[in-house]
Design a protein around this ligand. Structure first.
Ligand code: AMP
Ligand code: MG
Length: 497
């Protein structure tokens, strides 16, 4: 990022311009309310890249007002705070009413780079808090902050994060933790569950109003389509298929793919007990609370399809059943094509051959059987020496106990030979798609412990720097590519956040 240029024309907090299109929808869509004040807030993390999106000068983070504003204590002119209501299928069970239980939409900051929802996550109770306290803990706020920016740097659509503001106010989870507010930035926070709410209530006119809103604000090119709502569904299906293909390719597990956590824009949203695949396991379940493994890694593509059925169902007042079904039938092919194309690139293959899908399956089986580190494998694969007598020791080392490695390596070598692949050029291409650095759980945990125990936020900063350039070799940062140390083997993440 060119900071100097991005800063040109950047403004002070008071000069930001706000609107709130969501707030102009009928009152059934939300509740207007103010955030609950948080005592003695302080800045924990500030993300200049997200500030650039809204045209905010980076120096503004240094003002005491910044923390007061982005924990919800002080409202800027133009803010129009509200909590949105939605419904959703949680672990396959329909819940008629959910909503922003602890998130408050402040409004849309509008600038040269478009309109961006600013949402405070952890800003206090709302009418949709159910049993919750309306708060988020520092731990989970750091996890979302790092993950959303890491995903963005990997080229995966996601909500962004502007800042974390902390407070010493205690929040009770499994143990006593401290409160924090994350400022989330996204073009929209509308979820599949937003449609399900009105459809389940048989408020079909609101389903139409919401579809019109989403199309007008986020899919304006569909306005002229013969059937805009059908086209909307098709676009969401396509975006979701491509998003999940990216998740699978990078080894991202979301953990809670409920329909209220599915974005109408095909963004990764609501980071909770997510995880980046380490030792490869098809059935990896990153969420400790997911006993049945509903959201296991290899379930994600099918679950997204199921979730799209829920969305389509809620749009049935507006579109023909047969057309919806036909649109849903396109999902699988879109996913498979996107996934295979991403994986071909990860394998360094420049041409398409009929055997590629089988080679990929066998590659993943090799990884699974040895629980080889997913990210390390692909990064090392970039150095594959395709000479017949090469031993590729660093790669082989990942499969020390495996009898299948030799045969697999020979097959891969022959596949490369088939397209006359040149080692040096292939490595360059592969290093641009196989990240060296991903947000391993233990890396996040290290940053969290430093922040929570010592008020040292430097590790969040360092980790962020590394994750913002995941494909680059970074001098002195080798340790951040290492697999988990022994102490981290017992780390577990759950829905508690
Ligand atoms: P999630 O699956 O984590 O996105 O959360 C599901 C629902 O629970 C959402 O409607 C959240 O707003 C709500 N929720 C989660 N944690 C809390 C909390 N601490 N206080 C109030 N509501 C919460
Ligand atoms: Mg959620």
């Amino acid at each position: 990022m060119n900071t100097a240029r991005a800063e040109l024309g950047a403004v002070r907090l008071e000069e930001l311009r706000f609107d709130n299109h969501y707030g102009r929808l009928p009152p059934e869509f939300y509740t207007r309310l103010s955030p609950t004040p948080l005592p003695e807030p302080y800045l924990v993390a500030f993300n200049p890249a997200a500030a650039d999106l809204i045209g905010l000068a980076h120096t503004e983070a240094g003002r005491s007002e910044f923390a007061e504003i982005f924990c919800g204590n002080h409202l800027l002119p133009g803010f129009d705070p509200l909590a949105a209501v939605y419904a959703g299928h949680q672990f396959g069970v329909f819940v008629p009413q959910l909503g922003d239980g602890r998130a408050i939409l402040l409004g849309e900051a509008s600038g040269a780079r478009g309109r961006w929802d600013l949402q405070l996550k952890g800003a206090g109770m709302t009418p949709y808090s159910r049993m919750g306290d309306g708060r988020a803990v520092l731990r989970s706020s750091i996890r979302e902050y790092l993950a959303s920016e890491a995903m963005h740097a990997l080229g995966i659509p996601t909500t962004r994060a502007l800042a974390i503001v902390g407070s010493d106010q205690p929040v009770i989870r499994e143990s006593v933790e401290s409160a924090a507010v994350l400022t989330r930035v996204a073009p929209s926070h509308v979820r599949f569950g937003s449609f399900e709410l009105f459809s389940s209530r048989r408020q079909y006119e609101h389903v139409g109003t919401l579809a019109d809103h989403v199309i007008a604000q986020h899919y304006p090119h569909l306005r002229e389509a013969g059937q805009p709502c059908l086209e909307l569904l098709r676009e969401v299906i396509g975006r979701t298929a491509r998003l999940i293909a990216q998740w699978q390719a990078v080894g991202f597990c979301h953990g809670v793919m409920n329909t209220d956590n599915m974005s109408i824009l095909g963004l990764t949203i609501d980071y909770g007990p997510y995880g980046f695949m380490e030792g490869f396991d098809w059935g990896h379940v990153c969420n400790h609370s997911d006993d049945g493994g509903r959201y296991a890694y290899n379930m994600q593509p099918g679950i997204a399809h199921w979730n799209l059925y829920c969305l389509a169902q809620s749009l049935l007042p507006l579109i023909e059943m047969e057309a919806a079904q036909a649109a849903l039938d396109e999902y699988e092919q879109e996913f498979e094509q996107s996934y295979l194309s991403l994986m071909r690139a990860k394998l360094g293959l420049a041409t398409q051959q009929a055997e590629d899908a089988a080679l990929l399956q066998d590659t993943l089986k090799l990884l699974h059987d040895s629980r080889a580190d997913y990210t390390t494998f692909f990064r090392r694969l970039g150095n594959f020496n395709s000479a017949a007598d090469a031993n590729n020791a660093p790669l082989h080392e990942l499969f020390a106990q495996s009898a299948s490695y030799g045969a697999w390596a020979e097959r891969y070598r022959l596949r490369l030979a088939l397209e006359a692949s040149v080692d040096a050029g292939r490595k360059l291409r592969m290093d641009r798609v196989n990240p060296k650095y991903v947000l391993r759980n233990y890396l996040a945990e290290t940053a969290i412990r430093k922040a929570a125990d010592e008020r040292d936020y430097g590790e969040i900063e360092r980790l962020m720097q590394v994750l913002q350039r995941p494909y680059d070799e970074q001098a002195g940062m080798q340790a951040y590519a290492a697999t988990a140390p022994q102490w981290a083997s017992a780390l577990a993440v759950s829905c508690s956040s």
